[in-house]
Design a protein around this ligand. Structure first.
Ligand code: TXA
Ligand code: MG
Length: 323
């Protein structure tokens, strides 16, 4: 069983477990991560095992400085500008691995690129203190909803890990935005905690979206499986009304027809604020799923700002299951 410790008590045991090649769940500003030393093959293998994650799906490497990042990967000018603008923060850059880097090949599943991110807060302290980059996927079983509280991580993975550092609910609530800069432009491989509009404003260019339509598409964002973030209930998106027996995931002040028939109602943001909605998304999805309702009707959510990432996750949660 995992021990759940507040951050001030968790630092030393977390460092000791990581140095011993164990995995630790810890908060980042986006979601909780299941962290291991990215240079230690056994630790990385353990991450895949605990999550039940397919070995073809590479992990994000977390760093505590640009210096550390540049020992691992080669930065083009645009990626450097993005790092300088958004790090530390919810932005992940896919970059070419540098010759002589120390990242274990299991992390990148043999690709010649690596996904790098500089997180805020406790995760950053752990990396800085140990001097080691951390491989950390979201702390959830593969295909399930990411953990945004220590309790939800404990429910899902508590039996398989020794320590959960409890930093309370994660402020952003959604995973990082994954960006890859290439000859064709700046591509968002996964929308997330930094809105596309913010990236466009910082760079003064339009971004491209989604994987590319060529044979490499499967590795452009290998984790972007259609069915992901899956609750047990089915999701019905952009619902204009609620049917009897359904739960309702509401957004904003507008009332949805038939809302009084819902078995349970949670509002992502009564004021219609997309940042607040992102922070509440996974918690509310899990809470409505626990009511046992067969269907969760989801109110329309605008596709602007963080709404793009919210709609992306809801779409994946609604996709047909592949088992
Ligand atoms: O906010 C986040 O990004 C959280 C926190 C813990 O940092 N992490 C996270 O990791 O969401 P994970 O493993 O759940 O998602 C990582 C995504 C996957 O879709 C994976 O396929 C993609 O990053 N990825 C990793 N390396 C890649 C690479 N070299 N090229 C393209 N995509 C990559
Ligand atoms: Mg994940």
């Amino acid at each position: 069983m995992a021990e759940i410790l507040p951050l001030d008590k968790a630092l030393r045991p977390a460092l000791a477990l990581l140095a011993a090649g164990e995995v630790v769940a810890l908060p980042t500003e986006t979601v909780y991560g299941l962290a291991g030393d990215a240079t230690n093959g056994e630790a990385v293998a353990r991450i895949f095992e605990v999550k039940g994650r397919p070995r073809f799906n590479p992990l994000i490497v977390h760093v505590s400085s640009l210096d550390m990042a540049r020992k691992i990967a080669v930065f083009d000018a645009v990626s450097l500008k993005l790092a300088e603008t958004f790090w530390p923060g919810p932005l992940t850059l896919v970059l070419k691995l540098r010759e002589g880097h120390s990242i274990h090949p299991l992390v990148t599943t043999g690709l010649d690129t690596v996904a790098l991110r500089m997180p805020r807060g406790f995760a950053s302290t752990v990396i800085e203190t140990s001097g080691r980059p951390l491989a950390a996927p979201s702390a959830n079983s593969s295909g399930r909803i990411s953990g945004t509280t220590a309790e939800s991580v404990n429910e899902d993975l508590g039996a398989k890990i020794r320590l959960i550092a409890d930093g309370g609910p994660t402020p952003v609530g959604l995973e990082s935005t994954i960006v890859k800069v290439g000859p064709e432009g700046v591509r968002i491989l996964r929308p997330g905690g930094v809105a596309s509009e913010e990236i466009e404003a910082a760079l003064g260019v339009k971004v491209l979206r989604g994987g590319v339509a060529n044979s490499e598409a499967s590795v452009e964002a290998p984790g972007m499986l259609a069915s992901h973030y899956a609750p047990d209930a089915a999701l019905r998106l952009d619902a204009a009304e609620v049917a009897a027996g359904e739960a309702l995931l509401a957004f904003g002040p507008a009332r949805i027809a038939g809302a009084e028939r819902a078995v349970a109602v949670l509002n992502l943001s009564p004021a219609g604020d997309l940042r607040e909605a992102a922070a509440n998304l996974y918690h509310h999805m899990k809470a409505l799923d626990r009511t046992g309702a067969g269907v969760i009707a989801v109110a329309p959510i605008p596709a602007t700002g963080l709404g793009e990432a919210i709609r992306d996750r809801l779409g994946r949660a609604a996709a047909p299951r592949d088992g």
